[in-house]
Ligand binder design. Structure first.
Ligand SMILES: [Zn+2]
Ligand SMILES: [Zn+2]
Length: 370
C-alpha cells in the first residue's frame, strides 16, 4: 500500500505541472490571438526602422568593404552580380553594379543616398547591369540636386548616357508624382567621369587623394576587353585592392604589395571543364564555346593564392565566383589554393563585410546577409 501512495505523488506532481504548462500555453495563444494586430504592429515597426530608417550603421573610423554581389553572369542562388561597397571614414563608394546588387546594398545597411561616386572596372554587362537602379536609388534617397558621378576608364560616357536615356521617362514620372522638392529633376541619373590610362602595362592613375583617402585605378589584363581596371584604396593606415576581372597580371601584383585585403576574382578551370564536357546535354548551342573561352581572361583560385603570397597580402578574399557554386562544392572550387598562400582565404558570398579599423592591424569579418 505504501509503495502505491508514494507512486501517486510523482503522478500528481506531473499532472499539476502538465496543467500548469498547458494553461500558460493557452494564455499565450489566447493573448497572441487577441493582440495579434498589436504584436504584428510592433514587429513591423521594428522591421521598418531597421530596413528603411536606420540604414547607415554607425561605424568606427576605418576602411570597410561590403560585398553586395559576389557572382558573375551565370545565375547563382547565393550570389548576385559583382559589386563591392567601400566606406572610408565618411566617404562611400560603389565599385561595379552587378545584376541584383543594388537591393543588397540597402539590405546590408549602407545608405545609398550618401554614395559619393560609382566606380566601374569595365563594361561587361555583369558589372553595369544595376547602374540605372543605383543612380535612381541614390537620387531618391538623398534629394540630390546633381547626378551621381560614375567614374571609369574611357567608354564610361556611352554607358552612362545609355542608362540616363533608359531611365529618362521613369525620372519624369517620379518628379510628377512626388514633386521637384523631394526629387529635384537636376539630380536624376549620372555624370560620366572618364579617366585615361595608357595601353602600356603597369599604368595607374590616382583618382582621389584628399583627407587621408587615396584611390588609385590601375590597368589589368581582361583581353580582349580593353580598357579594364582594378582599384586600390588607402585610408588611415589601411588598404585594399579590388581586382575587377583579370587574368593574372604584373600590374595587379605590383598594386597589391602589402595590402590588408585583396579582393580577387576567381574561376575554377577544372569545374568549368566539367561543365564544358557535359554541354552536349544542354539545349544551349553557345555553352560549349563559352565554357571553352572564359578561362583565358580570368584567374584560378590557385593563381590568386600565388599572387597573394608573392605580394605579401594579409587576407585574400575570392569573389566574382565562376562557375555558380553551391556551398557543398566550396573545397572543390578552392582546389590547391591553400598550398600556395600562407594567409587566410575567404570564399565570399553576398553580404560579407570586411572591417579594417583605422591605424590598426585588425581585420574583422561578418556575414550581413543570410
Ligand atoms: Zn565579370
Ligand atoms: Zn568581365
Amino acid at each position: 500500500m505504501q509503495s502505491t501512495t508514494s507512486n501517486k505523488k510523482p503522478m500528481r506532481r506531473l499532472l499539476k505541472a502538465t496543467i500548469w504548462v498547458a494553461s500558460v500555453v493557452v494564455i499565450i495563444v489566447l493573448t497572441a490571438t487577441v493582440f495579434q494586430k498589436q504584436l504584428l504592429t510592433i514587429v513591423a515597426t521594428k522591421i521598418i526602422q531597421e530596413r528603411f530608417l536606420i540604414q547607415s550603421h554607425k561605424k568606427d573610423d576605418g576602411l570597410y568593404a561590403g560585398l553586395a554581389g559576389t557572382g558573375a553572369p551565370f545565375p547563382d542562388i547565393n550570389r548576385v552580380g559583382p559589386c563591392i561597397v567601400v566606406q572610408a571614414g565618411d566617404h562611400l563608394y560603389i565599385i561595379d553594379a552587378g545584376q541584383g546588387s543594388a537591393r543588397n546594398i540597402g539590405l546590408m545597411g549602407f545608405d545609398i543616398g550618401k554614395v559619393d561616386a560609382i566606380l566601374l572596372t569595365h563594361f561587361h554587362s555583369d558589372h553595369i547591369a544595376d547602374l540605372g537602379e543605383m543612380m535612381l536609388q541614390r537620387w531618391g534617397s538623398g534629394a540630390h540636386t546633381k547626378p551621381v558621378d560614375v567614374i571609369g576608364p574611357k567608354g564610361v560616357e556611352s554607358v552612362v548616357e545609355g542608362f540616363n536615356h533608359a531611365y529618362n521617362l521613369d525620372a519624369k514620372y517620379r518628379v510628377a508624382h512626388h514633386g521637384a522638392a523631394t526629387l529635384p529633376p537636376s539630380g536624376a541619373g549620372g555624370t560620366a567621369r572618364p579617366f585615361d590610362l595608357s595601353a602600356e602595362e603597369n599604368t595607374s592613375v590616382v583618382l582621389v587623394d584628399e583627407g587621408g583617402l587615396k584611390i588609385t585605378a590601375f590597368q589589368v589584363n581582361h583581353a580582349p576587353v580593353y580598357p579594364a581596371v582594378g582599384y586600390r584604396f588607402n585610408y588611415q593606415g589601411r588598404s585594399l585592392v579590388i581586382s575587377g576581372d583579370t587574368a593574372p597580371c604584373p600590374s595587379l601584383k605590383k598594386q597589391s604589395q602589402g595590402v590588408d585585403v585583396l579582393f580577387h576574382e576567381a574561376l575554377q578551370p577544372s569545374m568549368i571543364k566539367m561543365i564544358h564536357d557535359q554541354t552536349g546535354l544542354s539545349p544551349n548551342p553557345s555553352l560549349a564555346k563559352i565554357t571553352l573561352d572564359i578561362s583565358s581572361y580570368h584567374t584560378s583560385p590557385e593563381e590568386a593564392a600565388k599572387i597573394a603570397q608573392e605580394a605579401g597580402i594579409k587576407h585574400l578574399v575570392l569573389y566574382h565566383i565562376l562557375p555558380p557554386l553551391p556551398p557543398v562544392l566550396n573545397n572543390m572550387f578552392l582546389g590547391d589554393a591553400a598550398k600556395y598562400y600562407n594567409g587566410p582565404i575567404t570564399l565570399a558570398r553576398d553580404g560579407l563585410l570586411i572591417s579594417l579599423p583605422a591605424n590598426s592591424d585588425k581585420i574583422s569579418i561578418n556575414q550581413m546577409l543570410k
